[in-house]
Structures are given as structure tokens and as C-alpha cells.
Design a binder for this molecule. Sequence first.
Ligand code: ADP
Length: 546
Amino acid sequence: MKGLMQNAPLMISSLLQTGADVFGGSEVVSVVAGEGVVRHTYRDINQRAKQLAQALGDAGIGMTDRVATLAWNDHRHLEIYYGVSGIGAVCHTINPRLFPEQLIYIINHAEDRIIMVDPMFLPLIEKIIDNCPKLEKIVVLCTAENLPDTVLDAVVYEDFIGAFDGEMEWPEFDENAASSLCYTSGTTGNPKGALYSHRSTVLHALMAGTPAVTGTLTGETMMPVVPMFHVNAWGQPYYAPLVGAKLVLPGPKLDGESLYNLIQAESVSNTAGVPTIWLNLLKHTREVGGNLDSLRNVIIGGSAAPGAMIREFEDDYQTNVIHAWGMTEMSPLGSAGVLAPHLMHSTSAEEQFEMKQKQGHRVFGVDMRIVNDDEEPQPHDGTTRGHLVVRGPWIISSYYNNHDANDKAFTKEGWFYTGDIATLDENNILQLVDRSKDVIKSGGEWISSIDLENEAVGIPGVVEAAVIGVAHDKWGERPVLILVPQDSDNPPSEDSVRDFLGTRIAKWWVPDLIAFKDEIPHGATGKILKAELREEFRDALAGATD
Ligand code: ADP
């Protein structure tokens, strides 16, 4: 017997329409390069997204057509999220920090017909346009007076949408229709596309916008620092209107001082981003002797949140840290570190701190397993390590037009291989041990680069740390530690680093080589580019015998 409920499709547009209908007065505050701070309400954004939808329809864009963006977090990007998918077209967010060859690959692979770009990225488009034959139109995200000189035949966004009145209802169609497309950063090989649907995006928003996952409450002021070109800014642009949150979109300037000032000026209460961003925010806050009084929750993900960072937020500024984990292929949220009430009540502050350093509990909708090399499920005992596999309604069932990538991505039963090595405990709290490609295999045993990095960033005088496995004649691979010192003229001594680590990790984990650099290379989303470091240090242990 079937249930007797109506089968209304889950539409992304309904999230913004609800924001406009119910929380219409809530603000969307944007920092826009060349325009300063710009204020709208959800009502305005819904209206402008509809104008965009009409303009796109007029330009011949319809169901399944791909519309690309190359843009920072601001109100126009938000309008594109909704305006494009609202008419059944696919919003393809592109990371502007990719190399030109990768941009060309992605634009051609996605067969984008229109690209909408921030003015500052026009030179990039000028460079690649001849290699993107399917691109028909370039829309520049600005007003006519802010359009820079360009040889391109480009349209100004405000003119593009200004010709339409926004008088329309959002259409309804199959909730399984594609809505948006995001390529993984592609630290190895060509980027791979995750193609989201209306259904997956709405379900992810319903899950993510809850207190048990992101600490979200109605009346929140939310600031996604994680870029909107990276996995839907972890879903915030979709769940913010659903809960009536004031949305603060920080634009291109993501340095500590700019973010600090924005948090103060707009009383931001909930924000999300990668650890590197928060290192800079904390450094600035410390330097000016400031406070983070408005900030109730900071969501940290993308790479592991160092213990020292968690302590500083919580002890010095009373900001709760929610350590989250996810992937482009998972829309992205898979786990979040909001402690379950029974654990809050039965554990000491120190035990809670230990738990917060892990990647949190699996969220509703995501099933997780640890499997061995033969895909056999392993116990959830907090110690058995294995390949982390997942399944759920916002996890890819296949990469977009990429059969080669699909071959290795799924278990026989169809679970998605995350590429992470992890443990799960009896409370289903996830702890990442490493990326399967980053774990260091020394004499047949695993050394976790993440664990080592977490300890190394606690060394006094160290700002950032990266650990890579380097070929070693005797052990196969040994760890090399690369440190960024606070003061490059006065780095900590190698002996003090060894002494510090020696008391915290197994002796055979202590790195064979400690190198200092002024900067460690980062990808567009703040992740350390270990491939570059591996290349640089490839022969660093050549000839070493012990
Ligand atoms: P890409 O795979 O393109 O680098 P993603 O953002 O999809 O970009 O990366 C997902 C990966 O990032 C995860 O599989 C995991 O290895 C890492 N990651 C994400 N969040 C965390 C976290 N909280 N702690 C440690 N690693 C994380």
C-alpha cells in the first residue's frame, strides 16, 4: 500500500521563494569589488533572480543548458544560483584559481553556453576564450559604469537582467533534474564533475540547516567564507533563506582583517570556511586585542581543524567550533562535530576537546562504513582503520561524463569510495586518518600525515605545517615535515621541533627531515598542494640508509 500524500517536486527555487515569502525582510549583505557593501532583502534577491531567469530564457537558455560562473561570494552569484537552476538550467560554478588549461578543460567538458564572471576575471577569459568554442555569451557581474576595458564582446549583468520585470512564478519540473555542477579541485588528473539535482540539493539543505549539524537557528547571521565556487559554499546559500538567516557574502577579500571587520560590523553569528582562513582571522583578532563576541559557531572543514585552533576559538573567544567533513561528491556534508547530548553530559571538557578534533558524527542521510581492501565492513570501534565508503541521497551515483573515473569510485554494492582512510567509533563519530594517497607507508606501517600536522602546528613559533611521504631506500617512505615559521629570520631549531614531537608521537613517526619555508602552496580552497611539495622534496631522502 502506498502512502496517500501529494508528490510535489522538491525545487531549489522553493528555498528562495520561502525566504522571500516568510523571511522577506531578512538581509543579504554583499561586499562587491568596486561597489562596496551592498544591501538587499530576500524579497529583492528573489525578484532579481526571476529577472535573471527571464533574461536567460530570452537568450535561449532552457532545461539542461549549462551556465558557468567565475565569481566570488556576493548577491549576484546568489541570484545566479537560483535564477539558473530555477528554470531547469545547470549552474556550473568554476574555481577561478584553476590553471588556464584546467579552466579550458572544465568549460569544454561541461559544454557551458554562457559564462558569468566578476570583472576582475575578464583577463582570464580573454586568455582562454579562443579555446572554448561552445561559449556563446559572456556576462560581466557589475553595473555599466564598473565594466572594465575589454576586447571581449561582453554584456553587463545589470543590463542583462534590467530589461525584465521578474513577474513570473518559478516553474515546477522533475525534482531529479540536474541543477548544478561542480568539479573537484583535481589535485591529481583532470577535474571530475559532480552533477547535483534539485532533490539532492533541497534534501541537503534540509539536513544542513539544523542545529544538530551546523548549529543553525532562526534569526542567525550567516557568513559563508567558503567560496560559492566550491561545493555550493557548503550549502549555506541554500539553507540560509530557509531559516530566515541574514546572509553576509564577503566578496573577494578574505584576509583576517577584512573578515574581522565584517564580523564586527554585521554581527556575524555563524560562519564556515577552511582552517587557513581561520588562522588569519585569529592572528588578526589577537593582534588587535579584539573579540568575536557575536560569533556563536564557526564551521571548520575542507581539511582537519588543528587542536590549537579549536582551543583558541573556544577558550579565548567563546566561539563554538563545529568540525565538519565532506566532499564535492557529497554536496558536501557528510559529518559534523555537534556533540550528542548524551556525550555532552557524560564527558569531561578534555574528552570533549578530544572528540572535537575528530570529524564529527555522520549526519542524517549519510550512511558510512569502514571497509578493508576486500570491501569487508570493519567494526565501529574507534581504532580499526579502513577505507571510508558512503552512500546517501546527496552523494554522486556517477561522475559527470567520465567513465574512467567511475570505474574506481564505487564498491561492488555501489557505495562511494571517499579516498579517505578513517575510523568510526561506537557513536558513529568519524576520525580521518589520512587521504589514501597521502598516508605514509613506512616499513609497511601507516603514518598519518594529518596526525603529524596537527601536532606540528602546536609547536611554538610555527604557523603552518605539512607532512609528506618521501621515498626512502630502507623504509619505502618516510615522513618529511615542512614548517612555516612565524618569524622566518628566527625559526624554531630542528632539535626543539624533534623534542616537541618526540613527547607526543611514536618515535618512529618523528620526521626524517624538517624543512622551513616562508609559504606552503595552497589550492584554491585552501588545501595544501601536497603534489607540489612531493615534487619539490622527491629526492630529499635519497641515499639515506636509516
Ligand atoms: P577535492 O577532493 O577536490 O580536493 P573536496 O573539498 O571535495 O575537494 O575534498 C574533500 C576531501 O577533503 C575529503 O575527502 C577529505 O580528505 C578532506 N577533508 C574535508 N574535510 C576535512 C576535515 N574536516 N578534516 C580532514 N580532511 C578533510
